[in-house]
Write a protein that binds this ligand. Structure first.
Ligand code: GUN
Ligand code: ZN
Length: 656
């Protein structure tokens, strides 16, 4: 069924590829709403593609159907011919007109068949638009009808199908609707939200997404109907919305409103040059304000569309870089309604935790909400598990985990009792041995600048320790060997649990970067068992993975590979979702996993692209990229290129 594949991700947000009969849509993508009547369409779709790089559009099959001359042309030339656009065209069904005018005159079978006749790439089920104030009994009845129509449509239509998610503001109905849509749709189209967006009821939009998201299947593209203003795109993307559609670029243009990612400006109030895009270079907006009629509307619409497309581009880059939360927080700062929606979202970290990546390259504090990000929540939860059963720690100012400091910080008192140290960080006290880990490691916040850490020398650190420990302190010896051990054991425990850590740490020597002093690799009698990324995360080599396999319980830290794929994974090919037999549910996207066969023989080490619970639901694409592999066993031929569709993606290794 679905042609959706995930290529990269940041939490629930993903970069994906959605295959259609008229080519692939790279998601997230904006599908501009195009009026099927050329006379009423300010920017022709062909121009959208040629000048703005628009790859796909959406139009209303209902308007076409009920307008005889347009309908005749669409029936003769197909919707692509009518629109003069040969990229993917999604068609909507008329539910929006039901919202706007109270009813539609077409039946669900008829409009579905019509969408097929005119060659729509993605047809939409005729749903019943549920208004936000609809009482639950009515909303439930409407949903039952929508679902009945969706099931019938799925039986009728072999092509791609968008199934709307309705349910009003009733969380249970939204969840039920999302789950049912996921079984039927290639596109899961969250609907009924336009009245919320128009009135800045972004908190209610958040509630809709919070209710629907956990039930939306990961293997289909998620569409948000009527995500008009670009200021809301990043927020929606946090929930994994892949497709936005917008008629707002045109609606705003009609009333002379210029859209920007941080708000709206009335063109008649414009006195200064605010934009230097290629359109404004042609003719500045201050001049456009003085135009009249269609030319003015057209230029404003063009500007609005450009701004919307640019914002989608920023979202794509943020997903690639792992900075989408930062972008969403910056956008939230643009409007209190969005901040309120973000606050509502942060009350539900559970939505995000299961897809939170193991680490990201950066953590930049944007506002007070930054410290509430799911990444922080997860770190602090894991930290309390790590602390359980440990004696209380002494607190010191944050210092770099480098030999010159560590050598002066005692790890046991004169009586031989161990001493634990917590460094004070923006996220609270954190065991010193873990302070290179994401999110505390790369954390960049206001504290750093408001109250800059004094320059501290190793002897400052020693004095600090002496103050804490009194006469018990033993400051005149070198503690680096003990610290290496503490940090190695700490990281192993953080990753593989307390039971496995001390065995894994046996005879390990720590290698530090000569420049930064940070841990770089853990070796055992020469060979590397673990690389330590700049994110502080342990990445096992094949040898390390073999030791992990023996040290942790069966099933843990593993993906079990189906027999068919074993020869491929063994020689370093990506592991595709459909060849995963089982996955440890505790693994996070981005984590290193052991790829084993059904007899628990180690084939390779891989980096997870997906969360374990998503893997069985993906019909396409990579589950893990191999970073180290065992190689073909003696005598076995190497697999040919044709048996498995190769990921042809660079290994994640190169990005760390
Ligand atoms: N366009 C805007 N909102 C909706 C909706 O809820 N359903 C459909 N089919 N189209 C829409
Ligand atoms: Zn401009």
């Amino acid at each position: 069924m679905s042609g959706f594949e995930i290529l990269e991700r940041d939490g629930l947000a993903r970069l994906g590829r959605f295959e259609t009969p008229h080519g692939a849509i790279e998601t997230p993508a904006l599908l501009p709403v195009v009026h099927p009547d050329r006379e009423r369409q300010p920017v022709p779709p062909r121009e959208m593609r040629e000048r703005l790089g628009v790859r796909a559009v959406i139009t209303s099959s209902y308007i076409l159907w009920r307008t005889p001359p347009l309908r005749a042309r669409a029936e003769a030339t197909g919707v692509h011919g009518l629109l003069d656009f040969d990229g993917p065209v999604m068609t909507d069904s008329g539910a929006f007109q039901q919202h706007a005018y109270g009813s539609v005159e077409v039946g669900p079978e008829e409009i579905l068949a019509f969408q097929g006749e005119i060659g729509s790439d993605i047809a939409t089920v005729l749903d019943l638009f549920t208004e936000p104030d609809t009482p639950i009994a009515d909303a439930e009845r409407a949903l039952a009808t929508t679902l009945e129509r969706a099931r019938a449509a799925r039986r009728e239509r072999p092509g791609l199908l968008a199934v709307p998610v309705q349910g009003g503001l009733h969380p249970g109905l939204r969840a039920r609707s999302a789950a049912a849509a996921s079984d039927l749709g290639d596109v899961l189209a969250v609907g009924g939200v336009v009245p919320l967006l128009e009135r800045y009821r972004f908190v209610d939009l958040a509630r809709v997404l919070i209710a629907a998201r956990p039930a939306l299947g990961p293997g289909s593209a998620v569409h948000l109907f009527g995500t008009g203003h670009p200021m809301t795109f990043a927020f929606a993307a946090l929930f994994g919305v892949d497709l936005f559609d917008s008629s707002a670029y045109h609606k705003f243009a009609r009333r002379g409103s210029l859209m920007f990612p941080d708000g709206t400006v009335a063109i008649d109030e414009l006195r200064d040059t605010v934009c230097h895009c290629f359109l404004c270079a042609e003719r500045p907006l201050t001049e456009v304000a003085g135009l009249s009629g269609p030319d003015r509307e057209r230029r404003i619409a063009f500007h609005n569309l450009l701004v919307s497309i640019e914002e989608v581009g920023r979202i794509r880059r943020a997903i690639r870089e792992g900075t989408l939360w930062e972008l969403a927080e910056r956008r939230a700062a643009g409007h209190p309604a969005l901040r309120a929606a973000l606050a509502e979202t942060l009350r539900h970290p559970e939505i995000f935790l299961s897809t939170e990546p193991e680490s990201r390259r950066a953590f930049r504090e944007i506002g007070p909400e930054s410290r509430e990000r799911p990444a922080v929540r997860r770190f602090l939860d894991r930290l309390s598990a790590y602390r359980a059963g440990r004696p209380p720690a002494l607190r010191i100012e944050r210092i770099a985990v480098r030999p010159e400091f560590l050598s002066r910080l005692p790890l046991s008192d004169r009586a031989g009792k161990p001493i634990y140290w917590d460094a004070m960080t923006p996220l609270g006290p954190v065991p010193l041995e873990l302070t290179d880990l994401y999110p505390v490691g790369p954390y960049l916040g206001v504290d750093e600048f408001a109250d800059p850490p004094r320059h501290r020398s190793p002897s400052d650190v020693a004095q600090d320790a002496a103050r804490r420990l009194g006469t018990d302190a033993e400051l005149y010896r070198d503690w680096s060997t003990e610290w290496n051990r503490r940090q190695v054991e700490g990281l192993l425990e953080w990753t593989y649990g307390r039971a496995a850590a001390s065995g894994l740490a046996e005879r390990i020597t720590a290698e530090r970067s000569r420049r930064s002093g940070r841990l770089k690799a853990l070796r055992r009698e020469g060979p590397i068992l673990f690389h330590v990324g700049t994110d502080g995360v342990l990445r096992p080599s094949l040898r390390g993975a073999e030791r992990v396999r023996a040290a942790v319980p069966l099933g843990r830290h593993r993906l079990v590979v189906a027999d068919d794929a074993v020869p491929f994974v063994r020689v370093g090919r990506s592991l595709f979702s459909r060849f995963v037999v089982a996955a440890d549910p505790a693994l996070a996207p981005g984590a290193s996993a052991l790829l084993v066969d059904r007899d628990d023989r180690l084939l390779a080490v891989g980096r997870l692209l997906l969360a374990p619970h998503e893997i069985p639901r993906m019909r396409r694409g990579v589950a893990a990229r191999v970073t180290a592999h065992a190689g073909a066993p003696e005598g076995l031929p190497e697999p040919g290129d044709d048996a498995v569709d190769d990921g042809s993606l660079p290994p994640l290794d190169g990005r760390a």
